[in-house]
Design a protein. Structure first.
Length: 246
């Protein structure tokens, strides 16, 4: 969930799990983004494409119904979705409007719970896995990240609560905290994603920027049986940047 174009982190994940033999369901929010997904889909092995706006419980349930009809089960979900109105990523966090806060928390955090709830019957007792994407701005102040930092903090808390809820059903829930990557979503950050990437590459212990393939391979680990003992965790794919104090 969350492929917008070939630079999407979700696309990096899709490629990694496809190479490992998974058949994928790709969702898209609307017809405009659907065009991009349909262009990319032939690069994968017989994917199923379904429109789903996670702001709608009805569309989420319709997605699960379609998967039940076409496939019958789910072994993993990659939830790579986040949104906040552009104006909420400018100026002071204190100036965030109530409606912008609601939208950011709904799409970026609550949608994980909504999707997990709807997917439970398709994932139950399959040793399945749910992976979502977060960012260091959930823990520390990142200039211009604003309400998205708060939404990502809620998302990380949701990972822990969902891991507790779904663990007895054999479902693991984890998050990947990726370093800054230039995507359609990150381009909305007013401070400039290019500057963030440059500083990250200069300061991270590995002295390089993160790419979508690295995140994709980490997600492959988390959805595979290799990570069968891991749940409720945030795994960092940021070249070690999060360990730094200054």
């Amino acid at each position: 969930m969350g492929v917008a174009n070939k630079r999407s982190i979700a696309w990096g994940i899709a490629n990694s799990v496809n190479k490992a033999g998974a058949r994928l369901v790709l969702t898209y929010q609307n017809e405009r983004l659907g065009e991009n997904v349909r262009e990319l889909a032939p690069q994968l092995s017989n994917p199923l494409l379904v429109q789903c706006d996670v702001a709608s419980d009805e569309q989420i349930q319709a997605l699960m119904n379609r998967i039940r009809e076409e496939v019958g089960h789910l072994d993993f979900i990659a939830h790579v979705l986040a949104f906040a109105p552009r104006e909420a990523l400018e100026g002071m966090y204190a100036d965030t409007k109530r409606e912008a806060f609601h939208i950011a928390l709904d799409i970026s955090a609550y949608s994980l719970a909504a999707v997990a709830r709807a997917a439970l019957p398709l994932m139950k007792d399959r040793q399945a896995s749910i992976v979502t994407l977060t960012y260091l701005g959930a823990e520390r102040v990142v200039q211009s990240y604003n309400v998205m930092g708060v939404a990502k903090a809620a998302l990380e808390a949701s990972v822990r609560y969902l891991a507790s809820d779904l663990g007895p059903h054999g479902i693991r829930v984890n998050a990947i905290s990726a370093g800054p990557i230039k995507t359609l979503a990150s381009s909305a950050i007013s401070g400039g994603i290019s500057t963030m990437i440059k500083l990250h590459a200069e300061r991270a212990p590995l002295r390089k920027q993160v790419d979508i393939d690295e995140v994709g391979d980490a997600a492959l680990f988390l959805v595979s049986s290799l990570s069968r003992g891991i749940s409720g965790e945030v795994i960092y794919v940021d070249g070690g940047y999060h360990i730094l104090g200054v």
